[in-house]
Design a protein around this ligand. Structure first.
Ligand code: HEM
Length: 217
């Protein structure tokens, strides 16, 4: 009788934890749109979303889809279970990720005065959104050319930038809890730091996968 392989939950659970904050925020924001009321409207100016809702709805729907599919794609046991499923989900994730990135760039242009917006933050957000889109395009190009190590590296970069929203939420949460509402300059610094930390972590992860630590066992 074949021995059933144990399902390894550590990777998908860690990834689920990483995507939890932006996906949960997206779900809450979508519910507010569906109900036609924003309970945060009194404490935060969200009129820009209500006035032009399509870009933010596309952004959060496609961004969440990208993050959720990434959990399946980045879990080795699930990825290797079916190559055709990996390929199909990969194309759906790639299109979703690119649409999330493009809608982020559109939002930077059409909502330049959202809460905390500074010119620097707009440039940083636009730059990282463009970078995320380019990472996904590079990942698809390398997958089609069967350069799997490069494909993997570009996908890790794209995922890391996408879930920077989690790192940013932690920094902003600490700020709200300790010193209260951040000034636009402080918010720009914290949000930029969130993107930078995730991008650096992705590079460390890619290098570590290329040169695994020697095993002494
Ligand atoms: C490069 C990656 C990303 C960039 C540059 C980016 C950029 C933006 C921008 C410019 C806004 C509008 C902010 C405002 O005007 O108030 C926004 C809002 C939002 N984004 Fe992203 N985003 C990225 C990735 C994601 C992903 C992957 C998700 C979901 C999984 C996500 C979820 C959200 C949510 C929920 C909001 C609304 C926040 C609120 O309710 O105030 N973002 N994002």
């Amino acid at each position: 009788m074949p021995i059933a392989k144990p399902i390894i939950w550590k990777t998908p659970l860690t990834l689920a934890l990483l995507v939890a904050i932006p996906v949960a925020l997206s779900a809450v924001r979508l519910m507010w749109f569906a109900n036609g009321a924003d309970p945060m409207a009194e404490t935060m100016d969200t009129s820009h979303f209500a006035n032009i809702p399509i870009p933010i709805i596309a952004h959060i729907a496609f961004g969440s889809l990208f993050c959720l599919i990434a959990i399946v794609q980045l879990t080795p046991e699930w990825r290797m279970a079916s190559r055709s499923l990996h390929k199909t989900l990969g194309y759906i994730a790639a299109i979703s990720g690119i649409l999330a990135a493009v809608s982020a760039m559109i939002m930077v242009v059409i909502y330049p005065t959202g809460p905390f917006a500074t010119t620097t933050l707009n440039v940083v957000r636009f730059g990282f959104a463009a970078f995320m889109g380019l990472c996904i395009l590079n990942a698809v190009r390398n997958a089609r050319a069967r350069r799997i190590a490069y494909h993997r590296a570009w996908m890790i970069r794209a995922f890391a930038v996408a879930v920077a929203a989690s790192t940013q939420a932690v920094f902003m949460g600490i700020c709200f809890a300790t010193i209260g509402d951040p000034s636009p300059v402080l918010a720009t610094g914290l949000l930029t730091l969130g993107f930078a930390i995730n991008a650096i972590f992705a590079e460390w992860w890619i290098i570590r996968a290329r040169h695994p630590a020697p095993s002494f066992t």
